[in-house]
Design a protein around this ligand. Structure first.
Ligand code: HEC
Length: 152
């Protein structure tokens, strides 16, 4: 009687495999990297918005630092949106399908952000900073409205 023990063994092996959580893979890496980039963007907003609201004095060094951190965290952007990253192996993504069905639109939203980022980074005084900030903040919303699922 070989059949039964072998089947049992196989069943046991499968049960063990099923109990092991899915390992992180390349899609997870891309998803986590783009979320880290977005978190840096959120952090930069957290540093800059109080200056816009007048809750904190304008500080060029803080702006420069916030934007430099964002730039570093987002440096790999172009490599994080492959078709194979619409779903993670185990990481959850809040990117909408439109990122991949409207690639031109997504790229345009990214380009608008890139331009506004450059304009903001080029500012050196409070008046310039305040003038450039609105357009920069608007590009977050402009992309999120179409391409990001809200977190509940
Ligand atoms: C070109 C599109 C685009 C632009 C521009 C953009 N975002 Fe995002 N953002 C996304 C997408 C897509 C996600 C969802 C990422 C995912 O989960 O895969 C996201 C997610 C986020 C998150 C949640 C990150 C997490 O931990 O899951 C924050 C915070 C965020 N964005 C802030 C910002 C801010 C602030 C700006 C502007 C300064 C900005 N984003 C500009 C597309 C964009």
């Amino acid at each position: 009687m070989q059949f039964l023990p072998k089947t049992l063994l196989a069943a046991t092996a499968l049960a063990v495999l099923a109990a092991v959580p899915a390992l992180a893979g390349p899609a997870d890496d891309a998803i986590k990297a783009r979320q880290a980039c977005m978190k840096a963007n959120g952090g930069a907003m957290g540093a800059m918005v109080p200056m816009i609201k007048g809750e904190k004095p304008y500080d060029a060094a803080v702006v420069t630092d916030a934007l430099a951190k964002t730039e570093a965290a987002c440096a790999g952007w172009a490599g994080w949106w492959g078709d194979d990253t619409q779903k993670g192996e185990s990481a959850e993504t809040w990117s909408k399908a439109e990122v991949w069905t409207d690639k031109a639109g997504f790229e345009a939203a990214g380009a608008a952000y890139g331009k506004a980022f450059g304009d903001l980074k080029a500012t050196t005084d409070e008046a310039g900073f305040k003038a450039a900030f609105g357009a920069f903040g608007g590009t977050c919303k402009g992309c999120h409205e179409k391409f990001r699922r809200p977190k509940e």
